[in-house]
Design a protein around this ligand. Sequence first.
Ligand code: C2E
Ligand code: MN
Ligand code: MN
Length: 406
Amino acid sequence: MLATLIYRSRLNHALDPSQLATLVQQASERNSELQVTGVLLFDGKQFLQVLEGPLTAVNAVFARISKDSRHVSVVELMRDFAPHRRFLDHGLVLFDLRANKTSSVMRTIIKFGTLKHHLASNDRVYKFIRNFISSPMPVKHVENISVRDWCLNTKVPPFEMANVPLLKNQPCQFAFQPIIEPSRGNISSLEALIRGPDGGSPHDYFSTIPGHKLHEADLASKGWALAMARRLGIGNHKVAINLLPMSLVKIPGAVNILLDHITRNHLDPEQVIVEVTEDEVISNYEEFTSAIRQLRATGIGLAIDDFGSGFAGLSLLAKFQPDKLKIDRTLVTDIHMHGPKQAIVKAIIDCCAEMQITVVAEGVEKVEEWCWLSAAGIERFQGFLFARPVLNGVSSISWPQRVVDF
Ligand code: C2E
Ligand code: MN
Ligand code: MN
């Protein structure tokens, strides 16, 4: 199958643009051997390249480019499949925007390509090309931030205890993971993640519970989670708990039971955030709405978890305007290298800003991901980069800190 891939990148400052023609010639020969064709546009600073060919060959060429130090900030923009090549000549053809009038470049590319003029105007590949030629993508601040300006500074969190022993008869355990706001050096909350008696995952734990007892066990476990949070000495910090939405619907008086767990542990309802995932919400929409009304009436916070991983998406956001929205790890992973993820996350950030909803990025593992997300405007983060969940305790937190040049 014929695959198409478009990426953009910047030329490494250290490289002299006059060497470009030689480099393109070498790349062109390598690509031809792999039956990869395409065009390369260069505006003096940035590249836009279209690669066409067998999927494995395109992937191999792109993997090589991603590692090539002559390119920086390589961002994948489009991946697709096509019935035939848009650019027939084998290898790589350079269109240097510095040497030609922009209006003529587009005409030349259309003439060079295989698509008829009227088809080219609606073709996504040509739209990327046209956009690059007419308004070369500004080098946004998001790409300008440098990972090398940052280091991580590990500190013990300000809780009374780092670990707490289990209470008698406690049927489950919890691992706590901080959600942090690095720009303020603030811990915005601790998320309680359920674990089985042997430390097993949430899935392992819930699979030992008979189906008809699932929601009861889920709700009851929050009493243990909040008791552990109190014993850790969270003070005025917030604690986030995960609940199946149906645990609030199916258990009579669920919100009052939760409130009781909260007050018994000397916490305020405003200190507690309930996280629910979008998949489970939509399947039982009416009942869930009334449970949420009750929850909000007590002052307990609401967060939509794993946003972007399910199907409900933006319509859910209009219906339940939560206090917080957690962007799923699938969107966060390698966001610094992926144009479509960047476009989606930017839209989520804009939506949430207008609705005054706080955005949290989940599953941040790389400094590059954190750099991109914070430059795009996200302030709250959770992930292994900063702190891993720790069974019955809280780990030290690695805070990003600007490297000071002496
Ligand atoms: P979640 O609420 O989205 O929790 C985050 C999950 O991502 C946790 O997995 C956490 O360990 C993991 N994680 C955090 N940072 C990173 C990272 O940087 N990289 C990677 N690869 N993973 C990261 P965990 O603890 O296995 O929990 C899985 C899910 O189980 C949770 O996802 C939540 O939906 C559910 N869950 C957890 N506790 C409870 C509970 O008490 N009740 C219910 N109903 N569900 C729960
Ligand atoms: Mn969660
Ligand atoms: Mn999540």
